[in-house]
Write a protein that binds this ligand. Structure first.
Ligand code: C2E
Ligand code: CA
Ligand code: CA
Length: 422
C-alpha cells in the first residue's frame, strides 16, 4: 500500500461528477491534465458561497498535501476531466530529490501557508486541536532541519573555495592493467581532499556539493593540471614505455554542455610537450544523456585537442546506444556494479558480454572497473576483455608515492630485461 502510493495515479471524471465534497477526508491533491473543475466553498468573510474554476495544468485540493484534515470545499468536474493524483508521500519523495536550496524555499512557503491556516483555525476554535499543534511542530522541525542542510552546504561551498586556494585537493593514482602480461598501461587520477581538520575526505563526500555549487570545474582543472605534470615524470621513469602510458582524469558531468570545459582543457594542454593522447578524459555516460547533440559537439571539440576520451560507469546511464557511434570516444569503462556481480548474476555476465561485443563493433578499448578478485579477471579475460582496474591490481595511492613504486617496478623489470631502459 505504502509502495503503491509512491506511484502517481491518474483518474478521469465525467461531466458533473463530484471529485470530493466539503467534509470528505483529504487524500490527494490533483493536477488537471485536461478538463475543467469547479471548486465551491464558503466565504470566510460573510458565509456566502464562492466558486473558482481550475483547468489544464492547475492544481486543486492541495491542502491534502499539507495535512490530513477534511475538505473545506467541493470539487466538481464541469466537463470530462482527467487529473493526476498526488499523495503526500509522492510529494515527500519528490522533495527528497530537490536541490537543498529549492527544498528550503518550498518548505518555507508550505510552512508559512500552513501557519496562516492553522492560526486561523486556532483563532476560530479558541483552543487549537492537539493534532494541529503537533503538525505545526513537525513542520517547524523539518523546516529547521532543511535550514541546517542549506547552511551546511553554503559553508561547505566556502570551504571548497578555500581548499582550492590552499591547494588541498591532491591527485591519487590507481593503476589500469593489461590482463595478459600484468603491465600497467595507465593510471586514473582520483581526487582526495587533504582537509586540515577532517583528514582525507573522499570525493563522494564533496564532489556532489562541488557540482551543485559550480566549484567542480576548478577541481577537475586542478586534477588535469596535476596529470599534465605527472606525464613527463612517467617519461623520465620509463622512457619509451612511459610514453605509451596514459593518465586519465575525471570530468564532471555537471554543465557538460558548457563550452568552458573545452576552453579549460585547451588552455591546460597549451605549452605541454607530450603527446596529448596520453591524457584520457573520463566522462560519465549520464553526462551525455540530457542533451546528446550538444554533448557530441563538446566531445568532438575535446577530441580535436588530441586527448583520448572514455565513457565512464558504462551501463548505468541509460544512454541511447543509437548515439554511441556519434560520440568520438576511444574507451568504455564498464561499471564496477556489473563486474562485482559477475560471479553471482547471469544478467551481469550477459551485460558484460554485450558490452564486449559493443566495444568490438565500435572499435573501442574496454576497461573493466572495480576488480577485486582473481576469479573476476579470469571471467573477464574469457569474455574478451583485456584491461581492468580495481583493488585487486592496486588501490588509489598518492601520486608521488605511486610514481616511486612505479619507478621501483620498472628498475626491477629493467634488471631482468623485461623492459628496455630507452
Ligand atoms: P569513478 O570515476 O568511477 O572512480 C572509481 C571509484 O571506484 C573510485 O572511488 C575508486 O577508488 C573506486 N574503486 C576502484 N577500484 C575499486 C574496487 O576494486 N572496489 C571498489 N569497491 N571500489 C573501487 P573514489 O576515488 O572514491 O571516487 C568516487 C567517484 O568520485 C569517482 O568514481 C568519480 O565519479 C568521482 N571522482 C573522483 N575523482 C574525481 C575528480 O577529480 N573529478 C570529478 N569530477 N569526479 C571525481
Ligand atoms: Ca572515472
Ligand atoms: Ca567509473
Amino acid at each position: 500500500m505504502a509502495q503503491e502510493s509512491l506511484f502517481m495515479s491518474r483518474r478521469t471524471f465525467e461531466e458533473g461528477e463530484t471529485i470530493f465534497e466539503k467534509g470528505d477526508s483529504r487524500d490527494y491533491a490533483y493536477i488537471i491534465e485536461s478538463g475543467i473543475v469547479k471548486m465551491t466553498g464558503v466565504s470566510e468573510e460573510d458565509g456566502s458561497k464562492t466558486s473558482v474554476y481550475v483547468s489544464n495544468g492547475e492544481i486543486f485540493g492541495e491542502s491534502a498535501l499539507l495535512d490530513g484534515g477534511y475538505r473545506d470545499a467541493t470539487a466538481k468536474a464541469v466537463e470530462p476531466t482527467a487529473a493526476f493524483c498526488i499523495s503526500p508521500d509522492i510529494l515527500k519523495q519528490r522533495m527528497e530529490n530537490l536541490d537543498p536550496m529549492v527544498k528550503l524555499l518550498v518548505s518555507m512557503l508550505v510552512e508559512k501557508y500552513r501557519y496562516n491556516r492553522l492560526s486561523h483555525i486556532d483563532g476560530l476554535a479558541k483552543s487549537p486541536s492537539l493534532s494541529a499543534k503537533r503538525t505545526q511542530e513537525l513542520l517547524v522541525e523539518s523546516y529547521e532541519k532543511q535550514r541546517r542542510i542549506v547552511l551546511d552546504e553554503l559553508r561547505m561551498e566556502q570551504e571548497l573555495r578555500r581548499a582550492l586556494e590552499k591547494n588541498e585537493f591532491k591527485p591519487y593514482l590507481q593503476p589500469i592493467t593489461e590482463f595478459e602480461n600484468g603491465s600497467i598501461i595507465g593510471y586514473e587520477t582520483l581526487v582526495r581532499w587533504h582537509h586540515p581538520h577532517r583528514g582525507i575526505v573522499f570525493p563522494n563526500d564533496f564532489i556532489p556539493i562541488a557540482e551543485r555549487t559550480n566549484v567542480v570545474g576548478a577541481i577537475d582543472q586542478c586534477m588535469l593540471e596535476a596529470a599534465c605534470n605527472l606525464i613527463p615524470q612517467l617519461h623520465d621513469i620509463a622512457g619509451e614505455y612511459g610514453k605509451k602510458m596514459f593518465i586519465s582524469v575525471n570530468l564532471s558531468g555537471a554543465n557538460f554542455d558548457d563550452q568552458a570545459i573545452v576552453d579549460r582543457v585547451k588552455s591546460t594542454l597549451k605549452g605541454t610537450k607530450f603527446d596529448p593522447s596520453q591524457i584520457k578524459l573520463e566522462i560519465t555516460e549520464s553526462a551525455l544523456v540530457s542533451d546528446a547533440e550538444q554533448a557530441a559537439f563538446i566531445l568532438e571539440q575535446l577530441k580535436a585537442t588530441g586527448v583520448t576520451l572514455a565513457l565512464d560507469d558504462f551501463g548505468t546511464g541509460y544512454s541511447s546506444l543509437g548515439y554511441l557511434h556519434r560520440f568520438t570516444i576511444d574507451s568504455l569503462k564498464i561499471d564496477r556494479s556489473f563486474v562485482q556481480q559477475l560471479q553471482v548474476s547471469r544478467k551481469s555476465l550477459n551485460i558484460v558480454k554485450a558490452v564486449v561485443d559493443l566495444a568490438h563493433t565500435f572499435d573501442l578499448n574496454l576497461i573493466a572497473e572495480g576488480i577485486e578478485e582473481e576469479k573476476e579477471v579470469e571471467i573477464l579475460k574469457g569474455l574478451g576483455c583485456k584491461y581492468g582496474q580495481g583493488f585487486y591490481f592496486g588501490r588509489p595511492v598518492e601520486a608521488q608515492e605511486t610514481l616511486r613504486q612505479f619507478s621501483e617496478d620498472i628498475s626491477a623489470k629493467q634488471s631482468t630485461g623485461l623492459v628496455s631502459a630507452e
